[in-house]
Design a protein around this ligand. Structure first.
Ligand code: UDP
Length: 235
């Protein structure tokens, strides 16, 4: 097995399925089943979940809301998604813990690095909610931060597209996909993988990012098994 411990980043939008907002139970179940398969191979799995399907702080700010207020709403939205994912995983008999960066102690554990690692070692899937706990950040940054803290081997960013292309593949059918690319080339070519805060944090800490299509069944397992899926960003 190529990886011992991974951090899977799922965007809030990924949970929408074909809906315009909210959570699609079918999609959630599919994800839970994919995660269960990978866990069965012995890989330790931590997950950071986004909240964009429910609320984005910048969208609130654009409508005149105080940005920090909006970001707090966004972080709480990630906790809602975290609870939904936890429930879907437990329906598949996967043991889980939800740890949040903002304390909601009747609902989830607070984020404690050592505890998170212990859960992982025991084969539990640990879901990190509330992003970094700070406004003006994204859940991509939270994903990189947590991955470094728990010493994950890589961050797997599940998206709708199967990797990084030279141009947007949803707009240009001649787009060419990279199998691997360096952090420096991503910046030089002006490609978008994550926001810059998340991206540079990953580069500085030599944490590889793998961008792959999470919506194709079996992809996560293939990736873990060493198949060339998606794009690897590395030093
Ligand atoms: N957010 C935040 N701090 C964080 C992570 C998230 O304030 O550390 C807020 C922010 O408002 C963001 C929202 O939560 O817009 C949802 O997170 P994100 O946009 O990263 O979710 P995704 O795009 O992955 O669904």
């Amino acid at each position: 097995m190529q990886y011992k411990r991974i951090l899977l980043k799922l965007s809030g939008e990924a949970l929408m399925g074909d809906r315009q907002y909210g959570i699609d139970p079918k999609r959630l179940k599919e994800y839970a089943q994919e995660i269960k398969q990978v866990l069965a191979t012995g890989v330790e799995i931590a997950i950071v979940i986004g909240g964009g399907n429910i609320f984005r702080g910048v969208a609130g700010a654009a409508n005149g809301m105080d940005r920090v207020q909006g970001d707090h709403m966004g972080m709480l939205a990630t906790c809602i998604n975290g609870l939904a994912l936890q429930s879907a995983l437990e329906d598949e008999d996967v043991h889980t813990r939800l740890q949040t960066a903002l304390e909601i102690k009747e609902v989830a554990e607070p984020y404690i690095k050592r505890k998170a690692i212990r859960h992982l070692e025991k084969g539990r899937v640990v879901i990190f909610g509330a992003g970094t706990g700070n406004p003006y950040f994204t859940t991509d940054t939270a994903a990189v931060l947590r991955a470094i803290e728990i010493d994950a081997d890589a961050i797997l960013k599940g998206t709708r597209v199967n990797g990084i292309y030279n141009v947007d593949p949803e707009k240009d059918k001649n787009a060419i996909k990279f199998d691997t690319i360096t952090f420096k080339d991503v910046i030089k070519k002006g490609l978008k993988v994550m926001d810059m805060t998340a991206f540079t944090l990953s580069e500085e800490n030599k944490l590889p990012i793998i961008v792959f299509d999470m919506n194709t069944k079996g992809n996560l397992l293939k990736l873990i098994s060493g198949e060339q899926i998606g794009t690897v960003v590395d030093n």
